[in-house]
Ligand binder design. Structure first.
Ligand SMILES: *Cc1c(COP(=O)(O)O)cnc(C)c1O
Length: 418
């Protein structure tokens, strides 16, 4: 049953077993933060960790810290902390580079594996509504490879079945759509792809730390994802990458830098890949930023994805119900699926003045974001979002809409980042 009064929301907060984890985050007063799907909130521990990296490990340890502070193995160590959140095993994940760059590496590896197995397969299937960088990276790779590689984009998940054919090398999908919050069935789509001879690449940018993911169990082949969204790693913190153990050593990825070399400090003139997922590293990693990732992952270590998922669905159910009950007379259209199995941890509504509505909300401390066309997006992060937050956010939305406050001129001009 969803709450229908603020008092009931407060009571849900009091009973919430995850409530104490909110104290692990430094959230500014007067803000209801519903944009953790874009940039996660700051773990309190991050400030001290940053100071430690800068003052001690860098300042005092200097070059010695590559060995003495565990810098060199940090991509692998963080990968092992992250692995349980996405259903991966020990030594199967590395935290490195950006999601875009990691996608380039795994997609290239997947095409190379297919090129050896069945060279006639030259098509990458994806969704037109996929996050643009995923499509751009695939387009750039196809352009680089020449040889007839191309993209086939579908307009709805229902069309994937017909689009994956005997010419398809890779089915490249984002598990939870960034705009609509729709979640795809990873196991079923992986099975479909494999039955047709295609490999799968999954982008978990809006899944890792948001919904339970079972990479190994679903038989997936490659995955990438962000750490600065639901995993709270900090702005631009390095991304992650996973490769199914059976495929890991099949080919070396094309960004064959020295960090992926079997013996980086042997300084050999010829590339020899390391075995295992570490061959997917490229060059020297940004240690200050990488170190912050641990502060976010450490908080996940105090709970599990099942508990987080249960609360996430309660939060999104409550938000949808309250918006429909209290703002239903305004032209808001729910874009996110109601069905739990198809919903990530965000709720999107379309509104004709979506951009201005979101700017007005932000001015009043309710921070979500806006995505073209017309979509206002609210991310729900069970680690630090409470039920009364949802109630209060909907009250601000109702007031912004009822009063027409969003029509003010200052809310109409676009900033660079929406
Ligand atoms: C956020 C996001 C990205 C971001 O990629 P970067 O390389 O970190 O900029 C990529 N893919 C998806 C699906 C995303 O949601």
């Amino acid at each position: 049953m969803t709450a229908t009064t603020r008092e009931q929301c407060l009571s849900l907060d009091r009973q919430d077993p995850l409530r104490p984890l909110r104290d692990a985050f430094a959230l500014p007063d007067g803000v209801i933060y519903l944009d953790g799907n874009s940039l996660g909130a700051r773990p309190r521990a991050a400030a001290a960790r940053a100071a430690q990296v800068v003052e001690q490990e860098w300042g005092e340890g200097l070059i010695r810290s590559w060995n003495t502070a565990g810098w060199f193995e940090l991509p692998q160590r963080l990968g092992n902390l992250l692995a349980p959140l996405v259903g991966a095993g020990e030594d199967e994940v590395v935290v490195t580079d950006t999601t875009s760059v990691n996608l380039f590496k795994v997609l290239a590896a997947a095409l190379r594996v297919q090129g050896l197995r069945s060279p006639a397969r030259r098509v990458i299937v994806s969704e037109r509504s996929n996050f643009p960088t995923d499509l751009y990276i695939a387009q750039g790779l196809a352009d680089l490879l020449q040889q007839g590689y191309s993209l086939r984009l579908v307009d709805s998940p229902d069309e994937i079945d017909a689009a994956v054919r005997d010419d398809t090398a890779v089915l490249m999908l984002t598990h939870v759509n960034y705009k609509t919050g729709e979640m795809l069935d990873m196991a079923a789509l992986t099975e479909l792809a494999h039955a047709r001879g295609a490999l799968t690449v999954w982008d978990l940018a809006h899944s890792a730390g948001a919904v339970p993911v079972a990479l190994r169990e679903s038989g997936a082949d490659y995955a990438v994802g962000c750490t600065y969204k639901y995993l709270n790693g900090g702005p631009g913190s390095p991304a992650f990458l996973w490769v199914a153990p059976a495929l890991r050593d099949a080919f070396w990825q094309p960004l064959s830098g020295w960090w992926g070399h079997a013996a980086p400090f042997a300084m050999e003139p010829d590339y020899r890949p390391r075995s295992g997922v570490s061959r997917f590293l490229c060059g020297t990693q940004p240690m200050t930023s990488l170190a912050m990732v641990e502060c976010g992952l450490e908080i996940f270590g105090r709970t599990d994805m099942q508990a987080l998922r249960a609360k996430s669905l309660q939060l999104t159910d409550l938000f949808i119900a309250l918006v429909e009950a209290r703002c239903g007379h305004h032209p808001l259209t729910l874009v996110t699926p109601r069905e739990h199995a198809r919903r990530g941890s965000q709720v999107s509504f379309a509104h004709p003045q979506g951009y201005a509505v979101m700017q007005a909300l932000i001015e009043r401390g309710v921070i979500g974001d806006y995505r073209e066309p017309r979509i206002i997006r609210f991310g729900f992060t069970p680690l630090y979002t409470g039920f009364a937050d949802v109630w209060d956010a909907v009250e601000v939305l109702r007031d912004v809409l009822d009063s027409g406050a969003y029509e003010a001129a200052r809310f109409q001009t676009r900033t660079a980042v929406t």
